[in-house]
Design a protein around this ligand. Sequence first.
Ligand SMILES: NC(=O)c1ccc[n+]([C@@H]2O[C@H](COP(=O)([O-])OP(=O)(O)OC[C@H]3O[C@@H](n4cnc5c(N)ncnc54)[C@H](O)[C@@H]3O)[C@@H](O)[C@H]2O)c1
Ligand SMILES: N[C@H](CO)Cc1c[nH]c[nH+]1
Ligand SMILES: [Zn+2]
Length: 431
Amino acid sequence: MMNIYKWKELSKEKQEFVLKRAEFDISAHMKLAQEVSDRIKTEGDAAVLAYTEKFDQVKLTAGSMKVKPEEIEEGYQRLDAETREALAYAAKNLTHFHAAQMPEEMWFTNVDKGLMAGEKTTPIVDVCLYVPRGKGSFPSVLLMLGIPAKVAKVPRIVVVTPPNEEGSIDDSLLACCKIIGIDEVYKVGGIQAIAAVAFGTETIPKCHKVIGPGNSYATAAKRVLSNYIDAGLPAGPSESIILADEFADPEKVALDWMIEAEHGPDSAALLVTHSEELVKKVLPFVHRQLAKLSEKRRDFVNTNYNTYGGVILTDSVQKSIDFVNLYAPEHMEVMTQDPFGVLPQIKNAGEILLGEYTPITLCNFLLGPNAILPTGQFAKTYSSVSVMDFVKRSSVGYASKEGFERVRDYAYKIAVVEGFDTHALAVKERS
Ligand SMILES: NC(=O)c1ccc[n+]([C@@H]2O[C@H](COP(=O)([O-])OP(=O)(O)OC[C@H]3O[C@@H](n4cnc5c(N)ncnc54)[C@H](O)[C@@H]3O)[C@@H](O)[C@H]2O)c1
Ligand SMILES: N[C@H](CO)Cc1c[nH]c[nH+]1
Ligand SMILES: [Zn+2]
């Protein structure tokens, strides 16, 4: 049974369930994450390898856990030329977008005569990119993380990703390493990957930041280890809203509504509209499309439409917009008569795609903007991954003698009211 909700008639509990999506309680995973992390902290590689065998069913050695340069080259060569070309094209657009996003290396403003203030932007010291591999293979995620890190000129970029069933890394991912220019890759995923880079092991380096989407195990590990490593944005199970009115093409609505629904049973894909007529026209297209999917993806979409996803019926386009702002989706498409008119009213969304020809697929892979986005309502305060994740700003200030004299008394007064004697003396007794 597909969820079709009339939003204003829905009980409070059901509304909360929809808004909460799969942000379920991960406390059970937190206990495991703590246990695994503690062991990795003390036992290093040996524990990482043991957990990889247990959770990924792959037996590696310290030597084979690190990807060799020839593995990257061979993976690149094995990949068919068309796919290599597509990935290189995506990398080009992403580089273009992220280069345009880069802030100035330095800026200053004269806040008063003789008083200069500004900021200096510097790449972060190092970063670990987490590329998931469980319910799918994600070379595009490596592009989305690696390209802004490169544009920002991070001096050390490390990649961790779960080994596939054969204990190796997919050729498409290896090819992306070559395209981006990344050569430090480790076959490790889940909790053990986050813990390994948080503490460092004999083989895997300690990193100061780990960034990338992951399942609830990876998320639990990030929470447990937040005192040891900067864990970046919260990017959990994929979610989307298609906001449509009666003018939308039902076939295109069906196609796009299903995109993020196929990620997994924990994803959430909603069609939000005031037009019951549109929904009636969309559903047959969904059924037709479902028949074209693999069993795994069909199951994910069906589960999705019965749990966190489905249709939200509202009273008007304005009410649909209100719902979007309340829900704060990761991805969204505006398929209304005037998408550019709706745009200014969307306040909370990780990504806003306009019109009938901008399916989420485009932005997930190659349009340019970053597809690693905040989930679980975090789009109310977080932004997409960007070059800003890979740089930090230092405040810079300068006062001339004349500028200092202008503000000396004010600074003294504030130091006194705060009760900081040395702060006060440093301005009072300065000749
Ligand atoms: N928000 C975003 O921008 C974005 C982008 C891409 C993907 N995603 C989401 O990221 C998630 C990726 O998850 P995934 O599962 O495909 O890959 P993943 O790499 O996060 O998870 C695989 C790892 O989970 C661990 N694991 C699996 N079962 C375990 C168990 N029982 N106990 C302990 N550890 C276990 C294994 O170690 C394995 O290496 C999906 O939910 C997808 O929707 C989000
Ligand atoms: N939709 C994902 C982010 O939520 C990104 C992605 C990569 N591959 C397929 N989809
Ligand atoms: Zn996707």
